[in-house]
Each structure stands twice: as structure tokens, then as C-alpha cells.
Design a protein around this ligand. Structure first.
Ligand SMILES: [Zn+2]
Length: 400
């Protein structure tokens, strides 16, 4: 069994130890020591990293009481070694971990929302709550958490029998009644008390700060992503730098960026509408030319094929009245965009024709679907490059 020095002193950065075993597995060496400062992965907290002598420890795991330091090189059993943590990694883990304790406590204390899941990886940290909280709620919980951090309250570790620990359960945000034997109780003075196997800084001030990044609905409650300590600072640096670049590009102040973007969007919409209005006028002009040379069917109905490149189903609705105004006319409108073909068959004023039958011809030609009434029917299909040729073929069939 390896003595776990990290359990009672999370600030211990290194120790002298003796190699007690070294086994090879999957191209790695699993080194065991008589004692260690390395915390193995567990309880939602990631593994420590560091070195044993000059050999890099990539990952640490625990199985059946054995702590395995996963290394690329072996070490002889029986030799004395020096085990040294990568302290920046350990501090990061402890900041996220204790930050999670206190933020969970804040959500429970202020809103009776229980932590039902904790996930930490190298890029993100989040908790799952059993109750949906608003952005305003989370800002309150965030401030409450940071005030406990700035108080620099002591964090203590106590060992007690489960029969003793159960007496504290009303003060704990969660307590597993099934736990037996000696329990490890981690307490933040005047705040969170819970059973935990992880490593925690001795004072809350070492967390630095907690920042909630985003939240979303999750399984009837919500998922809250947050960052602590150095991670929160680096994230702030990155976002601030992005905001400053955007503000510079827009020649405005950072705090005015949202307002500026809304104005740009409105200006763009106005310009788009102006362009579209010109396009519509051009298409109407084109319709006059098409009508002048349109063929007629056996009943003397003028068959007008109107190709609308770059338009969609919504635009077709705007174009339909331009055709219904004409007597004794059948209009075939086909709008094409790279992702979709939309089409319509429409009868002009005083025109005796069944557009549903015409729609069948269009559906067959474009391998699409559509229907409607005798005076107007609409449909659509996937995009095809030869859509104008298909439209011409339908007209040819109708005027035979
Ligand atoms: Zn913990």
C-alpha cells in the first residue's frame, strides 16, 4: 500500500520515496512507491502530473489500494527516488475542484438547487443542477461564491465514523447514507461541508475567483459551466482581447459593440431590401418580354414560364399577383437557390385551367412534391443544375 501524503497535506509539492514495484503495461511502466504526493484521478478531479527523478509521470491512477504512476521509462525496484509534482497542474485542479464545492454550496444555499453531476477536463468544468436557474440567479451564486473566496476561509479535512458524520447531514448539501466506515469530511469554514476524496487548497483565497461562463437547460435542471483561478483569468484575457479587436475594427468603445452591431445589422437589412426591390423591378420588366413571346396551348391559353434565379418560395408569393392580373394565362414560376427549387402554377384572370394537373407535371419533371387548388398550386424539390431545361420541357409538353 502506498502512503497518500496528499490526503493530509495538499500543499506538499515533493517527497522522497522508495520504488516498490514497476510493471510494464501497454507500452507504459506502472511505477509504485512506498509513499507519494501524486493524487490519482478520482471523484471528478483529474490526475496529477510531474516527475519521479527525471522520468515524466503522465498520469496517476488507483486500483485496489495500489497507486500507479504511469511513466514512459522504468525504474529499478528498491531504489530511493524523489517524486515532484507539476505544481501548476495540481494548483489548477485544486482551484477548479474547491471552486466547484463552493459554487455548488451557493446554488444549494440560495436556490435549493442540488449538484447532481460534476465534470472536469483540461478545457472545461461544469456542474449539473437538478433545478433550472436563471442568469440572474447564477450571477448571485457567483458573487456569493467569490465573497467566500475573498474571505480566505480555512478549508479543513476531518476523518470520522459514518455514524458520527450522519449527525452533520442537515448542514451538508448532500450526504450518502450508504457510506460506511471512516469518512473523509472536507469543510469550508461557515460554508460547504461534504464527503470528498480530492485535494483542496488549505484556504479559499487560493482559488482566486470563480466565473460562470454559460448555462443551459439539462435533464429538467441546468448545466452550469464555470472557470476558476488561472483558467478564469486566461479566459478573461482571451475574451477581452477579442472584444478590443472587434471594437477597434468597428471604431467604437468596447461597451458600445452590441449597440453598434445592431445598427450595422439594421443598415444591412435596409440595403438588402433596396437591392431586392430593384431586382423585383428588373424581373417585372423581364416578365413583359417573356409574355410577348409566350406560346399558347390547344385551348388558346398563354403558357408563361418565368425563371427566377436566386429567389425562393417566399419570393414566388410576391410574384404571383403579377401573373394573375393577366387574362387567359397560365403562369409557371420556378425559383432556384443552391439548396432548393421552388415552383408554382398559377391561373390568370378568367382562365379555365386546373393548376393541380399542371403541378403533377412539375412534380414529375423536378422529382419534387407539391399541390394546391385549381387556380394556384405550389411545390418544391432538391436543387438541380438543369432546372431551366426542365421548366422548358414542361412548357413544351403543355403546349403540344
Ligand atoms: Zn472535494
Amino acid at each position: 500500500m502506498t502512503a497518500k501524503l496528499f490526503e493530509n497535506n495538499s500543499m506538499l509539492k515533493e517527497c522522497e520515496a522508495i520504488v516498490t514495484a514497476c510493471t510494464q503495461k501497454d507500452g507504459k511502466y506502472l511505477i509504485e512507491l512506498d509513499k507519494t504526493v501524486f493524487f490519482p484521478e478520482g471523484g471528478g478531479q483529474l490526475s496529477d502530473k510531474g516527475k519521479i527523478n527525471d522520468i515524466i509521470v503522465e498520469h496517476v491512477s488507483e486500483k485496489e489500494g495500489h497507486i500507479y504512476h504511469e511513466c514512459r521509462e522504468p525504474l529499478p525496484v528498491g531504489i530511493p527516488v524523489k517524486a515532484v509534482l507539476d505544481w501548476s497542474v495540481r494548483l489548477d485542479r485544486m482551484q477548479q475542484h474547491l471552486g466547484e464545492h463552493i459554487l455548488s454550496f451557493a446554488c444549494w444555499k440560495l436556490f435549493e438547487a442540488h449538484n447532481v453531476g460534476f465534470h472536469m477536463n483540461e478545457d472545461s468544468v461544469f456542474i449539473d443542477l437538478d433545478k433550472e436557474l436563471t442568469e440572474e440567479d447564477l450571477l448571485k451564486a457567483e458573487l456569493f461564491t467569490n465573497e467566500i473566496i475573498w474571505d480566505n476561509r480555512p478549508v479543513s479535512v476531518d476523518y470520522m465514523a459514518s455514524s458520527e458524520a450522519v449527525k452533520l447531514k442537515d448542514k451538508m448539501r448532500k450526504f450518502n447514507e450508504k457510506l460506511t466506515g471512516i469518512l473523509r469530511i472536507v469543510s469550508v469554514e461557515g460554508a460547504d461541508i461534504c464527503t470528498c476524496c480530492g485535494t483542496h487548497p488549505p484556504f479559499t483565497g487560493m482559488i482566486g475567483s470563480v466565473k460562470v461562463i454559460r448555462h443551459e437547460k439539462h435533464k429538467g435542471g441546468c448545466r452550469v459551466e464555470f472557470l476558476c483561478g488561472r483558467r478564469a483569468l486566461l479566459d478573461m484575457d482571451k475574451k477581452n482581447s477579442t472584444l478590443l479587436k472587434v471594437a477597434q475594427s468597428l471604431s467604437t468603445k468596447p461597451e458600445l459593440v452590441p449597440e453598434h452591431i445592431e445598427k450595422l445589422k439594421a443598415d444591412m437589412q435596409t440595403q438588402l431590401e433596396a437591392v431586392k426591390s430593384k431586382l423585383l423591378a428588373m424581373k417585372e420588366k423581364q416578365l413583359e418580354e417573356i409574355m410577348a413571346v409566350a406560346p399558347t396551348d390547344a385551348n388558346g391559353v398563354k403558357v408563361v414560364a418565368w425563371p427566377l434565379d436566386g429567389f425562393d418560395a417566399k419570393d414566388i408569393k410576391a410574384f404571383i399577383p403579377k401573373l394573375t392580373a393577366h387574362e387567359n394565362t397560365l403562369g409557371l414560376l420556378v425559383a432556384a437557390k443552391p439548396e432548393r427549387i421552388s415552383y408554382a402554377a398559377v391561373a390568370g384572370a378568367n382562365t379555365s385551367i386546373d393548376c393541380r394537373a399542371v403541378m403533377k407535371e412539375l412534380n414529375a419533371a423536378f422529382a419534387g412534391r407539391g399541390g394546391g387548388k385549381s387556380d394556384c398550386a405550389q411545390g418544391g424539390s432538391d436543387y438541380c443544375a438543369d432546372w431551366e431545361a426542365k421548366l422548358a420541357a414542361v412548357v413544351e409538353k403543355l403546349v403540344q
